[in-house]
Design a protein around this ligand. Sequence first.
Ligand code: PMP
Ligand code: GLN
Length: 377
Amino acid sequence: VSARAAALAGNSLTGLFTLARARGAVDLAVGTPGCPRTPHALVEEAARALRAGRNQYEHPAGDPGLRQWIAETAGDGADPDREITITAGATEALYVALLSTLDPGDEVVLFSPGYEQFAAAVALVGARPRFVPLHAPDWRHDPAELAAAFTPRTRAVLLNTPANPTGRVLTAGELRDIAGLCARWNTTAICDEVYRGFVFDGHEHLSVARVPELAGRSIVIGSLSKSHAVSGWRLGFLRSDPERTTALRRVHELTTNGTAAPLQAAAARAAGSADPEEIRREMGRRRDLAQHIFSGLGMKSAPVEGGCFLFADISPLTGGREDCTAFVRRLLDRSGVLLAPGAPFFADLAQGRNWVRIAFNRPEETLREAEHRLAAG
Ligand code: PMP
Ligand code: GLN
């Protein structure tokens, strides 16, 4: 195998997913949702599209109706024909964004802790990560540390708001500062906004596409995986300016050339049937319940501003004597509840030893069952 493939550690969640299934555990580790529920209309439309014979290639840029819907939900005049591209999930979108922005050896600024796949994808495209620490307890960065990470070789900054695993939502001020650095160093802001609909307590999601100083230098990554509970459908998207979109589409044509046509058709017809306000309220209730359950056990976490994860400090329970992996194993053995060890989200694994990630995009019954098992165990 190639050196770059050999160097990949593998996704830490894939093993957990298998383990949780084998043990019949309540899985609060992997971000696979049961909340919000998959809209019934989407499933009906998918069946209809298959029966209607929508079984051949879609245009590589994606179903025009779905692009139109995505452009409308952006709410700021995005052009579906020249600025939106449908991808096989946010996962493909990330890879396409990096490949069309970076050459081998270029530097990418990204935060730690952050979504595990970011660092791996940066490595896979042969670029060099420059990690900026987020500081507990509230997971903000130090502006001086961020500024110091930019160099003449910086070609991209990789953002995620609302963030996995920290639950932070970037503020207008933070985005403006980042935009200033991007302008100064001629850098593209690539922002994973897959959790854009999940924001709580008056926090507002602000897309990089709406930051004036980032005009012409931003790429948005989106997905229906979590917003519509269709992670198995592999529906994601990219939004950028027309010039970059041309480059993105060229790379996209060489990676997947498009995702499942009948599922795109179904989403085009029925994605709008989900009520964003209802979903936001529902997710807020799940967050409150998860915070109640896990703070009740003695774990400490910052208030979750957005996204679908609680990132919790286990040291009040372990006294620092047990690391996150041992803790997660013990909880699985004793209570049949699976959490995600926090270490893989950190550039330096040792810094994550006291953290676990808890996915709360679950039906209430699932969270109650976890509560029950944890109390019994
Ligand atoms: N980005 C983030 C921040 C995620 O948490 C996830 C999935 N949990 C993804 C991307 C992957 O999304 P998709 O299923 O659309 O590939
Ligand atoms: N993104 C999902 C999560 O963070 C996992 C997706 C995957 O790794 N296949 O839980």
